[in-house]
Design a protein around this ligand. Structure first.
Ligand SMILES: *[C@@H]1O[C@H](CO)[C@@H](O)[C@H](O)[C@H]1NC(C)=O
Ligand SMILES: *[C@@H]1O[C@H](CO)[C@@H](O)[C@H](O)[C@H]1NC(C)=O
Ligand SMILES: *[C@@H]1O[C@H](CO)[C@@H](O)[C@H](O)[C@H]1NC(C)=O
Ligand SMILES: *[C@@H]1O[C@H](CO)[C@@H](O)[C@H](O)[C@H]1NC(C)=O
Length: 181
């Protein structure tokens, strides 16, 4: 399958100082869809796993076998002030904010902020650099999302990979937002 025929690309680490030379406050998006791009692969949307609140990459964001539903996102630009990425279900109900779960191999998920207070996760720091979703670790902008295969064919879990060279997943993906794909 296509998403798999992927070789590694280098982690994108964009120097924060260079990034802030983009002065204009552009690039924030509302009601956007997030897509994951593997190398030489079509973009697949990022969906919400109803069973566990984690994010999954699937060609069909309503995949029944994996119990997925689509999400739309409100995303800040890196020149914005509040770097919390918020997701909404198709029916307009708030799904929550993006986070990584440090204790669970840095799985990327979505939870309402009050519930996030109870888990050891990281919620702030996600914003758009141009249309690409990056994470600000206080020093650098990082884009270290990986796709991790699941029990369901062609459905991948979205994870984050640390800098220590051991990937949390099968292959890296670039995550981009689009308001009108
Ligand atoms: C968000 O986008 C969807 C699909 O393009 C559209 O149906 C919906 O009305 C939009 N919602 C808002 C609040 O703009
Ligand atoms: C996400 O929600 C939080 C809490 O309501 C809010 O402070 C933040 O500005 C929102 N982020 C975006 C990009 O709208
Ligand atoms: C909206 O959709 C989500 C996901 O399918 C569901 O969990 C939630 O209960 C729905 N909310 C309403 C008010 O129907
Ligand atoms: C951010 O990432 C860089 C590069 O891996 C690392 O040197 C630095 O310690 C990190 N900063 C924080 C606050 O995690």
């Amino acid at each position: 399958m296509q998403l798999r025929s992927v070789c590694l690309f280098l982690f994108v680490q964009i120097n924060l100082i260079a990034a802030f030379h983009h002065h204009e406050k552009r690039g924030a998006e509302t009601n956007a869809t997030l897509y994951a791009y593997g190398a030489d692969a079509p973009a697949w949307p990022i969906a919400y796993g109803v069973d566990d609140g984690r994010l999954y990459i699937s060609e069909d964001p309503s995949n029944n076998d994996a119990n997925l539903v689509p999400l739309t996102w409100d995303l800040a630009s890196i020149t914005g002030e509040n770097w919390i990425a918020n997701a909404t279900f198709v029916n307009g109900t708030t799904a929550g904010s993006m986070y990584f779960l440090e204790d669970e191999d840095y799985a990327v998920g979505v939870l309402p902020l009050p519930r996030l207070a109870n888990v050891k996760g990281t919620v702030t720091g996600f914003a758009l650099f141009a249309s690409q979703l990056v994470y600000n670790n206080d020093t650098l902008l990082q884009a270290q999302f990986w796709a991790s295969s699941t029990d369901v064919d062609d459905v991948y879990g979205l994870t984050w990979t640390l800098d220590d060279g051991s990937p949390n997943g099968d292959f890296p993906v670039v995550v981009k937002a689009s308001e009108d794909l």
